[in-house]
Structures are given as C-alpha cells and as structure tokens.
Design a protein around this ligand. Sequence first.
Ligand code: 6PG
Length: 638
Amino acid sequence: MGKGVIYILFGVSGSGKTTIGKKLAKDFNIPFFDADDFHPESNIKKMSDGFPLNDSDREPWLQKLANKIIDWNTKNGAVLACSALKIKYRDTLQSIDPEYIEWIFLDGSFDLIANRMETRKNHFFKKEMLISQFETLERPEKGIVITVDKSSDEIVNEIKSKLDTNRSQLGLIGLGVMGKSLAKNLLSKNFTLSVYNRQVDDYEVDIAKKFVKEQPDNHMVLGFDNLKSFVDSIEQPRTIILMVNAGKPVDLVIDALVLFLSKGDCIIDGGNSHYKSTLERSNRLSDKGVHFLGAGISGGEEGALKGPSIMPGGSKEAYDRSGFFLEAIAARDNANNPCCDYIGPEGSGHYVKMVHNGIEYAEMQLLAEAYHILRFYAKKNPDQIAAIFNIWRNNGLDSYLLEITIGILIKKEGNNFLIDKILDKAGQKGTGGWSTNAALEVGMPLSTISESVMARNISGIKSQRVEASERYQLKTSSISSDDTVFIENLEKAFRTASVINHHIGFELLKEASKEYNWELNLSKIARIWTNGCIIRSDLMEQIWDLFLNNNDTSLLLFPDIITTVKSNIDSLTETVAVGLKSRYSLPVFSAAANYFLTYASAQSSANMIQAQRDYFGAHTYQRIDKPINEYFHTNWKS
Ligand code: 6PG
C-alpha cells in the first residue's frame, strides 16, 4: 500500500485539534497522533515548569515529526494534531510531496478560544499562554480554514466537504484501450477525474502519469499509481469505475480497493464480467456497506470514447447517485436520451450485456456466411459483395455490423483485398459461450447464438479441417445461371434470420427475468441498444417501438413481424437449401430456419423423444388424448 495522505490539524491551543483529529481519523479509518506526544523529555520538563519553548527547543521535535510523516506516508496515512503556529514550523513538517499533505487550520478569535478553554472540564487555562500563542501564530497562506464556532461534528463535516472540493468527482481504474477511451469521454463532459493504473516494471510503467500529461485539460484529471492516494483523491461518497479484464483481476482490484473505501462508496465494474461473478461481488461488498454496479459497456474503443451503450445493474441506490456519470457519457437514442438506464438488480446488467454479445455473435456469423456464399458460390469479389450489402443498407437493413463489414470488404492491401489474406480461425473472449450456458440453465433454445459459438469453435480446428478437406475432396458447386434470384433470396433470408436471432435473444432475457425476478424491461433494453453498441440497427429501432407497449409479447408474434417473416421465410429455406446442396455450410442461417420451422409448427418430433425415453428409461410421457397432468409408461417390449 503506502502513499497515505497526512491530515495536519493546526492552530492555537484550545482550538479543538485533538477532538476533531480523533473524529476525522476514525471516519477515515487511519491512525491519530498528537504532536505533543513526540516532545523530548527536556521540552516536557520545561513546559511543565511553566517556561515557553523557543525555536531551538522545537527544532528536534519538529524534525522527529517530519520523519514520522514520511513513515506514515509510506503506509495508510494519518491525522496529526499539531499547533505548528509559525510558517517555518509548517515548512519543516512538509517533508513529503505536497499532494499527500492536507493542512487544516482550526481558526477562532481570542475570545472564542478563551471561552472554549474556560468551559473545558479539568483543563487548567492560563490566559497569558493563550495570548503568547496568538502573538506567535502566523496565519496560513494555503490549506483549509475552518472556524471553530460550531460543534465538532459540524467542523468534521465541513472539513470533509472542503477536502472534497479539492477532490475528483469520480475515479477510474485501468487505463487499457477501453479505460482510456472512457476516461477521455468523462473528461470531455467536464467531470473532474482521478485515474489509477498499476505499476508493473517493464510492462505498465507510469501509465496514469502519462495519461494525465496527454490530456489537453490536465487540470481536470489526477493520475495515480498508488491505490490509497487515488481513493483519497475522490470526493465522498465515492464512485469508482473499474475497467480491468474480467475474471480474477476484478477480484484482486476489489480486494485491494475495499481496504480504503468508506460506507456508501460505489464501485462500477465496466468490464465484461460474468453475471454470476457480479452477484457474488455485489453481496461481498454490500456486507461492507459498499455499493456495486455491474455495467455492461458496448461499443468498443470508439464507442467508449464517443458514446457507448451502457447496461448497469445492481444497487439501485448506487445507480440513483452515480448513474448520472454513465448517462452523461453514453450514446444518445433518436430522441436524444442516453443509451444508458438502470437495468435491474444483482448481475442483470452484465447478463443483458452477455445476451447483447450473443446476438452480436450470431449477427456477425450471418454476415460472415452471406459473405462466404457470395464469395465462393456466387463468385463475387469483395467489392461486389460490398455493393450488394450497400443495397441491403438502403433497404432497411442498416446496422453497425453491416456498415463495418462493407468497410472490411473494400479494404485493400496493394492490389489485394485484405479480407482474402485473413486466416479463417475465429477468436472469442467467451461472452457468446456464456449466453449459451445461461440459456441451458433456464431451459431456453438459443439456436442462432449457440450455433454462432460453435461456428467459431469449428473454425478453430483449422489444421484438422485442412486435412479433412484433402481427404474428402469436397465437390462444391458454384452458381451457374443468373444470380439475381439467389441474391434477392439471400437478402430476404438475412432479414428473416436476423429477426429470428433477435427474437431468440429477447426470449432468453424474458425467461431469465422471470427466473431471477429481475423485472427486465425489454423496451428499455432495446432502446439502450439503438445506439452506441455493436448491435445497433434499423431492426433495433423497430424492436424498441414494438416492445414499448408490449413488454411480454414475443418478437415473432407481433403482427408486423409476422408479416415480414411470412413473406420472407421461403427465401430463408431456399437459401439454406442452395447452400447445403452446393456444399457451403450456413450454420446460423440454418439454425434460424430450423428454429422458426419448429417454433411455428404445432407438431414437433418430440413425441418420439418421449417414447424413446420411456422405452429405455421408463421416464413416462403425457398423452394428447388425456389430461395434461397425467403421465404414462408403456412396457414397449410386450
Ligand atoms: C462490445 C463487444 C465487446 C466484445 C469484444 C470481444 O459490445 O463492445 O461485444 O464487449 O467483448 O469485442 O468479443 P469476442 O472476443 O467475444 O468476440
């Protein structure tokens, strides 16, 4: 730890330094020291004999205190009560970096102090001594001045509030790509900010200090590599945003941070943490009176800088107090409202972000499959595919992902298209897979999303795929005639599969909301996703509008959606058929088609599943010609 702040309360005898100092130390959870306890014996004898100390008496005493201050600064800091009446005394005590000392002058007139001293129990008051103290006193040129004409609690509160005016409005930990962008966004909104980044030799050195130097308005930002002084620099109750890698790093930072926090402070985890971890952290911190928000933040580096979509969940009290920071930096929807709102309790914010990423994975895979079949079955060049996708954008399919896919397709490296040079092995940090597990936990189908995760997984066994391709010599076919119908069908297939994918994602949110009692508002979530996030799109605007008055209706059951899907479903099935017959895999297009064909069929194949389960496991089955609450078993072999 170390770099603790030293709060020095100074003023004439009777101004209340010890009483106030002890209260402050208790509130700040740091030790209290009375300078008088550090006098050498000779000084104590001199004073008890009624002789005033001179400057040479004070020198060794002040030097000893100065060394103590250095020591306390290497720990958690301290509160020191010391008369320190002369400027040169205070200069001697200034033995560390000024940013780690807070000078607090307890001020009052002679009469006020004299009255205070006269009324103090068993305190022998010598008027002459007070007169000489006032004659010695040199008023401070810097620091906080508090008139002691009020109760000690009021004095402590005034000290705290004046300390806060020198403090940042909020703090941010973790100056990685997203953390730096978010910090710049906060500064652009004129918040005063403290930033912290760990020091790791040869790896992360002076990151925070360098960040501060890079900012145009660097008087608005303080940089720290010491956690304690970072925390002390933030006004209370504190709001601190964590932008560190999900998993263990979050717990390590929280464990270190919580030692310095006070009740009522709030930590906001802005990383892609798992919603179960967020719930556990929230419970752990609430035991210490510290609030916790798990905020999904979407939009990548550019979004974080210019306006992300933010999905905060957890302590409502904390959101009511700290949410305005997040709303200030969020993207705006088409009514200019922040794409940030309180999602719900516990880990619901990170759950919603997880489902956002699930929908994102599947949308990305749909575009990848459309690109792939156009590139290899329809024999289009990347720039031709970009032209086709631009038509889609103008046909009401506009989205951030379609826009960047077009940008990717036209990107050239010399005379080559860069996309043709990229290895077809997809990475993943895990959020798509988490949504698949989450769906299994609540028994929900997640076809398009889980298939998009599997598509990334199978892409990962590249060397085996190369070997298999050599052994199987798969004969793919390419389009032979005019491709107009195929391309028209592909566009309609994409529109339909995308609707089905969004339906699947929102259905999971609905089920999770019921299962975990989160009371999620789907319209609010769709609104937050209309700008700033990766899955922002024309479709999301429509979904927001549809859910506005029907939070419970399934997306595929809205009349407008039924019309769209009805008129396009044949294009989806035809596209999947063409792809499979020409031997191009379309996992998410197929998953969307299969999901829909089951979803919209009253009769599925599951009666056979029930019979098989009962045959080998006697798991029983219900009957369509009997009451639904009756179960049956058959001895199938008799
Ligand atoms: C976002 C993105 C982002 C995502 C990374 C890596 O909403 O800004 O979803 O949070 O986690 O881009 O995602 P994968 O590595 O899982 O593809």
